[in-house]
Design a protein around this ligand. Structure first.
Ligand code: FAD
Length: 431
């Protein structure tokens, strides 16, 4: 009987170290308005300490320079790193580099790994994943329009993308493009490595968003709009076989999605701690807020939702570790939309309880709120995950052959009378 919620003592010590390190060394950096260079300089010594501690790039296998932790340990770790937007950077597993390194590890040739993966893992290169387009629905990537046409020993890419996170500070892009429009739907697209300085790559801007309304260019965490105009890359920049884009994307998005869900647990917890702190000191209408039943409901509901999200996330992680990423698709889709909702609800209550202060930038809550809103969109909007969960569940059911619901009481009563007739008659005759 293996059903165990405990953490190995040695790993618990590592988690305790991470919690302290993130609070003491990384949370303070959030209060400074750092540009990319300053952030890189501030991160350098912190990244060295993480490497010394044996926690660098924990999402990858040891032969790739990672720790090979598996998803459950990563889940416990990300719960701590997720509390700060900068912590994953200090630990070498920030999005989108962590997902891109998984793609390169999975589909890259030895030469591609040497040129792109190893420097990415060492923190010497930055990357972006460029799939979504303004003109086609990102929630249905079979509609992609960007084309990559083979000409001799090169591919020529033309297209328009946006929301390629970190592209304006990246060294290379992993671009999803249609290589064979006549192939079956999920075999039309391929992934290609495109260095940002390739002629024809035009990074127009970081799109102004709810998160960064000022937009601009060159921001860590910015989401870039990009034109690809006759961008020529050598054929050896193709990742995996031609037409394998969706297959690779699926394998990348599984771990990528669950890592987001794990980080959201950390954000929710931080907002929840602020909610509880506020409940204990703010007085209104004759008592502290924590004595009002509405506030108690928020605390209890948040605790229950966070616990549910945590268990669902760790269960999905456990399934990935034991049965693989594909086997855990339904669990990952479940936690993707549920976790995003929990994050949103907890942060929303914390903002509400802080009143005007919660709405102000004097607290990190308003930034968490904007972050939480995006979680319901990226890596697939809520509706698409709900749809895929529902479809998968419905595959386990059949309609009743006769059109009568299987639990229809009059029908079942007739069947029960027939089944137990001998007993019922015996009782009657004894009477
Ligand atoms: C902060 C952020 C970072 C991102 N980073 C990246 C990145 O690094 N690289 C990248 O390529 N992309 C990135 N994206 C893009 C993201 O993946 C897409 O926004 C997402 O896939 C949705 O695509 P779309 O925006 O085109 O919306 P659409 O596909 O137009 O969908 C719009 C809405 O339609 C509804 N909808 C869609 N399908 C269904 C359905 N089947 N049933 C019911 N309703 C439905 C949903 O409400 C959905 O939100 C990022 C987005 C955000 C917000």
């Amino acid at each position: 009987m293996a059903w165990d919620f405990s953490t190995e003592p040695e790993f618990q010590e590592q988690l305790d170290w991470m919690r302290e390190f993130v609070r003491e060394e990384i949370w303070p950096l959030e209060t400074l308005d750092l540009d990319v260079e300053q952030l890189d300089r501030a991160m350098g010594p912190l990244q060295e300490r993480v490497k010394d501690q044996g926690l660098w790039a924990a999402h990858l296998d040891p032969e790739l320079g990672g720790q090979g932790f598996g998803q459950v340990k990563l889940g416990l770790m990300h719960e701590i790193l997720g509390t700060s937007p900068f912590a994953p950077l200090a630990f070498g597993n920030q999005a989108p580099d962590s997902g891109n390194s998984e793609i390169l590890a999975l589909a890259g040739t030895p030469e591609q790994k040497e040129r792109w993966l190893h420097p990415l893992l060492a923190g010497d290169l930055k990357s972006a994943f460029s799939m979504t387009e303004p003109e086609s629905a990102g929630s249905d990537p079979t509609l992609l329009r960007t084309r990559a046409v083979k000409e001799g020993d090169a591919y020529v890419i033309n297209g328009h993308k946006w929301f390629s996170s970190n592209a304006s500070i990246a060294d290379f892009l992993i671009v999803m493009a249609v290589t064979d429009p006549d192939a079956r739907r999920y075999q039309r697209a391929s992934m290609l490595i495109v260095p940002v300085d390739t002629p024809g790559v035009e990074i127009v801007r970081d799109v102004p968003t709810m998160e960064h309304p000022e937009g601009g260019h060159g921001r860590y965490g910015g989401h870039a709009e990009i034109y690809y105009r006759d961008v020529r890359v050598p054929a050896e920049n193709l990742l995996g076989p031609e037409g394998a884009g969706f297959l690779i994307a699926q394998q990348r998005l599984g771990p990528g999605r669950i890592h987001h869900c794990m980080r959201w647990l950390g954000v929710s917890r931080r907002a929840f701690d602020m909610l509880c702190e506020r409940a204990l000191y703010r007085e209104s209408h004759g008592s502290v807020l924590g004595e009002k039943q509405t506030v108690q409901n928020w605390i209890a509901d948040s605790a229950a939702q966070m616990q549910a999200a945590r268990l669902m996330t760790l269960h999905a992680a456990w399934k990935m570790d034991t049965e693989g990423s594909s086997a855990a698709r339904e669990e990952i889709a479940l936690i993707k939309f549920y976790g995003a909702q929990v994050l949103h609800d907890v942060v929303d209550r914390a903002v509400q309880l802080h009143g005007a202060l919660g709405y102000s930038t004097d607290l990190p809550l308003e930034a968490m709120y904007r972050f939480a809103r995006a979680a319901r969109l990226y890596d697939g909007p809520d509706e698409v995950h709900r749809q895929s969960v529902a479809r998968s569940i419905l595959r386990g059911y059949e309609p009743p052959a006769d059109g009568i619901p299987s639990q229809h009481v009059p029908t079942r009563r007739d069947a029960a009378r027939a089944k137990f007739a001998h007993l019922l008659e015996a009782v009657t005759s004894n009477d």
